[in-house]
Design a protein around this ligand. Structure first.
Ligand code: MG
Length: 290
């Protein structure tokens, strides 16, 4: 390749979202599977918690197991395609449906050519349900828990995403290793990583996002927390005071909201930093040619 064709290649910005409580008011199971199998959300989660505590088990594994155990007890069969079609019932926060177009337009109007904006989701919820939501096609990739439907007589969790292993997927985005069959652990020098953490904004809603927020921020990235409008913002204030996030705002994704404005402010910063890094890269190359 001739030198003239080599371009600065760290111009992809990643907006990374949690789902439950961040893009949607309630856990996705409460709009979908739980009503279908006649379970009250409060009772179900209490049972998950109790079961997990008594077995010293991970609550994420237990909810995935109990959900199908309860469905079986109720004599209700839920295949993968049923889970996907239930996804249409999931409620989203105000403005989420138009957010993607609005944010993409904001970047397009301000960024010089070559900036690519991507949306990613990392969720402990179910990939199958997320696939059924209207916003699924807007994501470059969705990392979420998922079932294997062939194993035994109960669907078996084939991937369980917990608070802490969410961070694995941030590194997958960072290193460009999104194929889950490939290991993420081999060393990759910073300069070879296609999406630096500095080009990321992580969106979450609470304690379960702390590991992801910490990894993103400690590596030079950004984080925003949201709370449901007209409800308590205490969790967000705690995160802000602890230095876990850059900003917090009500989960109102409409153009002109505080959340929209603060996200755009961080995007302005990221785009300016990309220009600075690109110029430094260009300068370094002229030095090496002498
Ligand atoms: Mg959440």
């Amino acid at each position: 390749m001739s030198a003239a064709k080599v371009r600065y290649n760290k111009k992809t910005i990643a907006l990374v979202y949690d789902f439950d409580g961040t893009l949607s008011p309630k856990p996705m199971q409460e709009y979908t599977v739980l009503p279908k199998i006649g379970q009250k959300a409060k009772d179900f989660w209490a049972e998950v918690e109790q079961f997990a505590a008594s077995h010293e088990a991970d609550a994420m594994h237990i909810y995935m197991h109990l959900m199908y155990k309860k469905a079986k007890e109720a004599g209700i069969r839920i295949d993968r395609k049923d889970l996907v079609s239930l996804g249409a019932k999931v409620e989203l926060f105000p403005g989420v449906k138009t957010w993607f177009d609005n944010i993409e337009e904001y970047v397009r109007l301000r960024a010089e050519t070559g900036i690519e904006l991507r949306h990613y989701m990392i969720s402990s919820g179910l990939k199958e349900i997320i696939e059924g939501t209207h916003i699924y096609p807007r994501f470059h990739n969705v990392f979420a828990s998922e079932y294997l439907f062939e194993a035994y007589d109960l669907p078996f969790p084939k991937r369980v995403i917990t608070d802490t292993n969410k961070t694995q997927f941030l590194f997958r985005i960072n290193k460009g290793i999104e194929d889950l069959t490939l290991s993420i652990n081999s060393h990759m020098p910073e300069e070879e990583r296609p999406i630096p953490f500095a080009n990321m904004i992580y969106f979450g809603d609470g304690e379960t996002d702390v590991p992801s927020m910490a990894v993103t921020r400690k590596n030079g990235g950004h984080a925003i927390a949201v709370y449901p409008k007209r409800k308590s913002k205490k969790k967000c204030q705690t995160l802000y005071e602890a230095g876990r996030i850059d900003f917090f705002a009500a989960a109102d994704y409409t153009r002109g909201s505080d959340l929209f404005g603060r996200t755009c402010l961080l995007l302005d910063k990221i785009m300016a930093d990309i220009r600075v890094s690109e110029e430094k890269w260009r300068l370094t190359r002229t030095m090496s040619r002498r």
